[in-house]
Design a protein around this ligand. Structure first.
Ligand SMILES: NC(=O)c1ccc[n+]([C@@H]2O[C@H](COP(=O)([O-])OP(=O)(O)OC[C@H]3O[C@@H](n4cnc5c(N)ncnc54)[C@H](OP(=O)(O)O)[C@@H]3O)[C@@H](O)[C@H]2O)c1
Length: 297
């Protein structure tokens, strides 16, 4: 299959390039080669490459900054998917677009999980712009998947677990407050890329939830990770109110992979299993990277 992976330098894009290149003809691209917010750039790139499948991992993912960089967030997260959906329809390509658990408002009591047909009601510019992107794709129809995932981490790029590691290595005695009243589905982008590979051989379309099994809070995830890493820490659970951020986040955004499970094609296991594997594969690199970042200040 000829597959174009957009956002190839990011967490998920990097894992998709690594995994899908084994048995497909893959082409990875990122800004500035392509700017998904610019229809002319999208059309030019798609016409030049003529992929059978377009996987869009590109997004404006800095959730808090989206509150101030509103125009750019909407250009990338809402107009971007629209431009890609139009180009995909025109060239008869399949579109796999990645979306987010932050389309939900979190009022469902945890640990109840959100299914694909639960009503959306995003709390932030990030969530609203990503939902608008979903809606553009859905309105255009065609051979498209909207894959909602959550709380991604990866060996590549920046993420919450890497931040926790850096802070713990900086000072293992210093109390580190981490939010313990937001629930979600921590997901390794590598396992999501494996699920995408499986979806390439299915004819599913529409909204699909795709996260690791189980749930945790940010505090629970950080603690499990640092203990698996055998890094001393002084994590302390705190409430959202004690850690104010520019963007409001849902108190519960646990996703149920209802459609994948029903179709019998979910490749996910527990989030703890994935963290264990991630640590066993990348422990040394992660520590080296965190120490280098600390040296740089
Ligand atoms: N990270 C999470 O926790 C999380 C949770 C739920 C859903 N998701 C969704 O999952 C997908 C992948 O997330 P990720 O964490 O892998 O993202 P990421 O690491 O932030 O990577 C996104 C990539 O897109 C690029 N990009 C930004 N604007 C672009 C544009 N206009 N045109 C082309 N490329 C552009 C970025 O480049 P620059 O770095 O140069 O900006 C970056 O390389 C996204 O759709 C995200 O919304 C993520």
């Amino acid at each position: 299959m000829k597959i174009l992976i957009i956002g190839a330098r990011g967490q998920l894009g990097s894992d998709c390039c690594n995994i899908l290149s084994a048995d497909n003809q893959t082409l990875g691209c990122d800004i500035p080669q392509i700017d998904i917010g610019d229809p002319a750039s999208v059309d030019r790139y798609i016409d030049d490459t003529r992929p059978e499948v377009i996987i869009n991992c590109a997004a404006y993912t800095a959730v808090d900054t989206c509150e101030t960089e509103v125009e750019l967030a909407w250009k990338v997260n809402a107009e971007g998917p629209k431009n890609l959906a139009i180009a995909a329809r025109r060239t008869d390509s399949r579109l796999i677009h990645i979306s987010t658990d932050y389309v939900f408002d979190g009022t469902k009591p945890a640990p109840q999980a959100y299914s694909e047909d639960d009503p959306t009601n995003p709390l932030s510019q990030y969530g609203r712009s990503k939902l608008a992107g979903e809606e553009y794709i859905a309105a255009l129809g065609g051979n498209a998947i909207i894959l909602r995932t959550a709380w991604l981490y990866s060996a590549y790029g920046k993420n919450f677990l890497k931040t926790m590691l850096r802070l713990a290595l900086a000072d293992s005695k210093r109390p580190l407050k981490v939010v313990d009243d937001q629930y979600g589905s921590l997901t390794w982008s590598y396992t999501l890329a494996l699920q995408i590979r499986k979806l390439l051989h299915s004819d599913m379309t529409g909204i699909i939830h795709a996260t690791s099994d189980g749930h945790s809070t940010w505090y629970g995830a950080a603690r499990y990770f640092l203990e698996a890493m055998q890094v001393p820490h002084n994590l302390a659970p705190c409430a959202t109110a004690e850690y104010p951020t520019a963007a409001h986040r849902p108190a519960n955004s646990i996703l149920a992979n209802t459609r994948l499970d029903k179709a019998g094609i979910s490749t996910f296991g527990s989030w703890q299993r994935d963290v264990d594997t991630f640590v066993s594969q990348f422990r040394e690199n992660l520590i080296e990277e965190a120490k280098a970042a600390l040296r740089q200040g």
